[in-house]
Design a binder for this molecule. Structure first.
Ligand code: HEM
Length: 187
């Protein structure tokens, strides 16, 4: 199936129990500095891919990283991203819970914020980059492979949510076009 019009993505591969434990172990240490790491990730995203700022009303025109860093909207989103990852990591053995978190995130970003799914891929790449730099001792080969797998699965599942909502490249989400949308769930 075409994944929301993005390039072909490999199918998600389930994480082994060992990989799940490595993720939980490394994340526990990262999450101690949640605020700092979250802001560093978003600053890197906006630095690497300035077009990703356009979704954020309060800082879409800011260029100065110091000014950006002070944005309350940026800090709030950093907190939300870190907290969502934390929920995913805490529930890494629970596929249904993970799917419901990703469905909520995907729906909000497609319908409310009109964020193209490619930005999730870019953000996931940035997360790997920042974690590897900030925690080289934690994110060694084995952990890096487990994180790469988890984040690829997250992107794949978010892309599937976009597909389900009927997102089309160039047109995005349009009201009334949902194909399998569960109207009873919140967005
Ligand atoms: C793992 C990736 C991400 C997670 C977990 C995440 C999480 C969240 C959450 C929980 C919210 C609040 C949702 C709501 O209003 O119901 C939010 C808002 C938002 N997100 Fe994300 N997000 C992610 C990636 C992105 C990306 C890549 C972009 C754009 C480049 C983006 C743009 C936004 C915008 C514009 C808002 C609204 C901000 C505001 O109203 O202040 N998000 N995000």
């Amino acid at each position: 199936m075409d994944r929301a019009g993005e390039e072909e993505m490999e199918l998600p591969i389930p994480l082994s129990e060992g990989e799940q434990l490595i993720i939980q172990d490394t994340w526990a240490k990262v999450y101690l500095n949640s605020e700092e790491v979250g802001v560093a990730i978003l600053l890197r995203l906006f630095g690497n891919e300035p077009s990703s700022k356009r979704f954020f009303s309060q800082f879409r025109d800011m260029v100065d990283p110091l000014e950006l860093e002070c944005s309350t909207q940026l800090k709030k989103h950093a907190q939300r991203v870190m907290s969502a990852i934390n929920t995913l990591v805490e529930n890494i053995q629970d596929d249904a819970k993970m799917a419901s978190v990703l469905k909520m995130v995907g729906k909000a970003h497609a319908i409310r914020y009109k964020v193209e799914p490619v930005y999730f891929k870019i953000l996931c790449g940035v997360i790997l980059e920042v974690l590897g730099e900030a925690y080289p001792e934690l994110v060694k080969a084995e952990a890096a492979a487990a994180w790469t797998k988890l984040l690829a699965n997250v992107c794949w599942k978010l892309s599937a949510v976009y597909d389900e909502l009927g997102w089309t490249p160039g047109h995005g989400y349009q009201d009334g076009q949902q194909q399998h949308h569960d109207t009873s769930s919140s967005s």
